[in-house]
Design a protein around this ligand. Structure first.
Ligand SMILES: NC(=O)c1ccc[n+]([C@@H]2O[C@H](COP(=O)([O-])OP(=O)(O)OC[C@H]3O[C@@H](n4cnc5c(N)ncnc54)[C@H](OP(=O)(O)O)[C@@H]3O)[C@@H](O)[C@H]2O)c1
Length: 331
């Protein structure tokens, strides 16, 4: 039974996804945390509440992957949430997934982008999510054992068969994307990008802009660091995998803290959270179509969704950009 309110469909700006006819909210929900593989304290009830909160708050774009969970936990949860919605609500949503990465029985992550694997993963993802078509289907990452053109041909075939609406790639270099496009058109690219990691501004974004390819960026909140709650002296739980990332260590962590110190009064001035300022800044950067905000609790995605309503003054944006420029030069 559908007990959910109608999504606030018209309130927020939708953006064209590159050359496709798909329109997406600039805040998308990243479904990695609800897989429960690295995020702590994940449970189905909260994950489903998070997915529904996203829809209710105007997010229409959901980012999933075959490998989000050892047994497709994130895709299955998304499928359950979709089932709870009526057909018209489901139709307004844009579902993305990825092929080419899975988990072996021994817990090892494996990149396999062979055509057989891509096709079988697509079939299984369709079943898990209970959809006839995956709107955006990405190659998750390069598999050195398979020539890219060969992986790309499998994607081209899925596109031709209508099993996927358009094709994207993630974690590829520009040279690799050039190779991929010889066998299959790329509509969307999914790279990492946030206030502390802006490398793609130099090359990948101009490459995509020149081709009208959408850029859907991941890690806007740098796995929670830029949400504002992880401050100097934070005691991480001992199984918190975030500690394995460089940005949570030494001078990189201190640089993030200096940024958070700067963001605190801006958030206070607008009466919002630091996460909202960060997400708003991210999807408003040149060439960014949408940013993938991971969440495992409803309040988290509600804050990210609220960033779609925020308007930051030009003066504040300029002083923020100046701060980011200064922080780049710190050791
Ligand atoms: N293509 C790829 O290879 C690739 C790689 C990485 C990610 N992605 C995609 O990008 C999405 C985003 O990446 P991500 O989920 O790893 O990281 P993220 O969006 O940068 O951070 C999400 C984490 O931040 C914390 N958080 C979120 N909102 C918050 C708030 N308002 N206040 C405080 N904390 C908050 C939560 O962590 P805690 O509650 O645990 O603190 C949440 O799990 C993924 O879900 C996935 O869809 C793709």
């Amino acid at each position: 039974m559908n007990n959910h309110s109608s999504p606030s469909e018209n309130i927020f700006l939708r953006r064209p996804l590159g050359k496709t006819e798909i329109e997406v909210s600039p805040v998308a929900m990243g479904c990695w945390p609800i897989a429960g593989m690295t995020s702590l304290g994940v449970n189905d009830a909260d994950s489903l509440a998070t997915l529904h909160a996203a829809i209710d708050d105007g997010v229409n774009f959901f980012d999933n992957a075959y490998g989000y969970g050892a047994n497709g936990e994130s895709e299955r949860l998304l499928g359950r949430a979709l089932k709870d919605r009526d057909a018209s609500q489901r139709q307004s949503l844009v579902i993305a997934s990825k092929a080419g990465m899975h988990w072996e029985a021994n817990g090892e992550r494996k990149f396999d982008a062979s055509p057989q694997r891509i096709v079988s993963q697509c079939e299984e993802s369709l079943r898990r999510m209970g959809v006839d078509r995956i709107d955006v289907y990405y190659l998750h990452a390069f598999d050195p054992a398979v020539p890219l053109e060969v992986s790309a041909c499998a994607f081209a075939k899925l596109l031709e068969q209508g099993k996927v609406g358009c094709v994207g790639v993630s974690n590829l270099t520009i040279a690799q994307m050039e190779t991929f496009t010889t066998a299959c058109p790329i509509s969307v690219v999914q790279p990492p990008f946030n206030m502390l990691q802006q490398q793609i501004q130099g090359d990948l974004i101009p490459w995509c802009q020149a081709r009208d390819i959408a850029v859907v960026s991941y890690w806007p909140l740098m796995k929670g660091l830029l949400a504002g709650g992880i401050r100097r002296g934070h005691v991480f739980e001992k199984n918190d995998k975030r500690l394995t990332y460089d940005v949570f260590q030494g001078s990189a962590f201190e640089r993030a803290q200096l940024l958070l110190d700067f963001l605190d009064p801006i958030a206070t001035k607008y009466g919002v959270t630091v996460a909202e300022v960060v997400v708003n800044w991210t999807f408003n950067q040149p060439g960014i179509t949408a940013c993938l905000c991971g969440a495992k609790r409803d309040w988290q995605i509600q804050q990210s969704a609220a960033a779609m309503e925020l308007e930051i003054s030009q003066d504040d944006l300029m002083s923020l950009d100046q701060k980011l420029f200064e922080l780049e030069d710190l050791d």
